[in-house]
Design a protein around this ligand. Sequence first.
Ligand SMILES: [Zn+2]
Length: 89
Amino acid sequence: MGCRKRAAKRELLRVTAGSDRDGQPAVVPDPTATAPGRGAHLHPTQECFDLAVRRKAFGRALKTSGTPGLSSAPVAEHLARSHVRPVNT
Ligand SMILES: [Zn+2]
């Protein structure tokens, strides 16, 4: 999802539908890829994340399109913390 460039799964960040720290529905990062349920993968870059947000790709991939106000802030925070630079591919 996101930029739709191909990548090995181990290079991608898995995200799942979960809840943020206020208990609201949110897209949450699953760096260990162990969370149950439907997941989606994106490059762990701000660039790819922004594209996914703009395309509303999270709602589609996680089948949460009906969830009002689905937040992807936890993923943004995760990316900000991990200081990952966009990969030139
Ligand atoms: Zn990407």
